[in-house]
Design a binder for this molecule. Structure first.
Ligand SMILES: NC(=O)c1ccc[n+]([C@@H]2O[C@H](COP(=O)([O-])OP(=O)(O)OC[C@H]3O[C@@H](n4cnc5c(N)ncnc54)[C@H](O)[C@@H]3O)[C@@H](O)[C@H]2O)c1
Ligand SMILES: O=C(O)C(=O)C[C@]1(C(=O)O)C=C[C@@H](O)C=C1
Length: 312
């Protein structure tokens, strides 16, 4: 028994197009109507055959949909919700995939009518790429999807079943708690990557070409993360400001402690920390949460980058 027969996706970039592909594979009878504010993206989605209907306006795409999934940057969620509010079917479930949850929950509940069910969501799966060509059907397989309904009920159970059909593992969580957890596990790491790559390219003592030429191992991994979508991440930091600033404050203190340990030659302090962090990495692998031990950051990734893009 299918959980939803008619699904609408607004925003057909990496996540929206991955969802469309996964639905095609796992729920082939679902009728899929999609929209995107970019005419180029809509044309590409048509060419790739990712949906039954590609609509110019989000409001047209949601008519009759039992499930509406907003896959736009977090800062655009409220505006899109306002655009579709009058055309949503009675009892429709409206969800999203945004990386921040408290602000999206507030924006959706403010903009949407009482006759729909708002169940915000976040698949904790992605890559540094953007756009409809970068999506792939297996993106969510074996990955967590966190749902943050105000009150769990039949709509969140139906949405949970939907994500499980796509191969994801689902957990329910309070939206504010989600934002504190993801500030540590996703948002701060991205901020550090953006910052370190920026610093390296600004250094006067090392040329830019040397940075590119000798970027192996650790720094190369940072450059992948730092290539992530600028608009998406701008919105993440602006909408999860408090949790990120709190985590950043703690991180800065710990970094200064390391700086001090290096300055004063406190080898024991350094070794104790590195031993503790190595154990954390090993327990992540032991729990089977990291299948990419040999290929950082690309657990179920799309085809590897072509060799001519590989600077090594
Ligand atoms: N990229 C990731 O790794 C990742 C992972 C999980 C969740 N997310 C979340 O998923 C959402 C989408 O991210 P993405 O990586 O797919 O981005 P993307 O840039 O690949 O796609 C976003 C799409 O939304 C469209 N769009 C923007 N504003 C719109 C509007 N007002 N109306 C209609 N369409 C609009 C854009 O044209 C674009 O095609 C974001 O909220 C992000 O936080 C991203
Ligand atoms: O692998 C990556 O490129 C990601 O950054 C994916 C990642 C993450 O931080 O884990 C990024 C943001 C999303 O909200 C969820 C997943």
């Amino acid at each position: 028994m299918l959980s939803f027969a008619r699904v609408s996706i607004i925003g057909m970039g990496l996540i929206g197009s991955s969802l469309a592909r996964a639905i095609r594979v796992r729920m082939p009878t679902v009728r899929l109507s999609v929209s995107d504010s970019s005419a180029d993206v809509r044309a590409r989605v048509e060419a790739l055959g990712l949906a039954d209907d590609v609509c110019d306006l989000p409001a047209t795409a949601v008519i009759d949909a039992e499930l509406v999934i907003l896959c736009v940057p977090v800062g655009a969620m409220g505006a899109v919700a306002a655009e579709i509010a009058d055309d949503l079917a009675e009892g429709a479930v409206v969800t999203d995939v945004g990386s921040v949850k408290a602000s999206v929950l507030a924006a959706l509940t403010a903009a949407l009518p009482a006759h729909v069910h708002v169940v915000p969501g976040h698949p904790v799966a992605g890559t540094e790429r953007s756009g409809p060509d970068s999506g792939f059907a297996t993106l969510f397989e074996g990955r967590w999807c966190i749902l943050t309904p105000q009150q769990p009920g039949p709509a969140s159970r139906q949405l949970q079943a939907f994500w499980e059909r796509l191969g994801a593992k689902v957990e329910l969580m309070d939206a504010a708690h989600h934002d504190r957890v993801l500030a540590v596990t996703s948002h701060l790491p991205h901020l550090i990557a953006y910052s370190i790559v920026g610093t390296a390219s600004d250094l006067e003592t090392v040329t830019r070409s040397e940075v590119i030429k000798y970027s192996a191992g650790g720094f190369r991994d940072f450059t992948r993360i730092a290539a992530s979508d600028p608009v998406m991440w701008r919105d993440v930091f602006l909408t999860n400001r408090e949790a990120v600033l709190e985590t950043l404050g703690r991180f800065t203190e710990d970094l200064v402690a390391l700086q001090r340990a290096i300055r004063w030659g406190e080898g024991d302090t350094l070794e104790a920390l590195f031993t503790r962090t190595r154990a954390i990495r090993r327990s992540i692998i032991d729990e089977g949460q990291d299948t990419e031990a040999e290929d950082f950051g690309r657990p179920h990734g799309p085809p590897a980058e072509p060799a001519d893009e590989d600077p090594r």
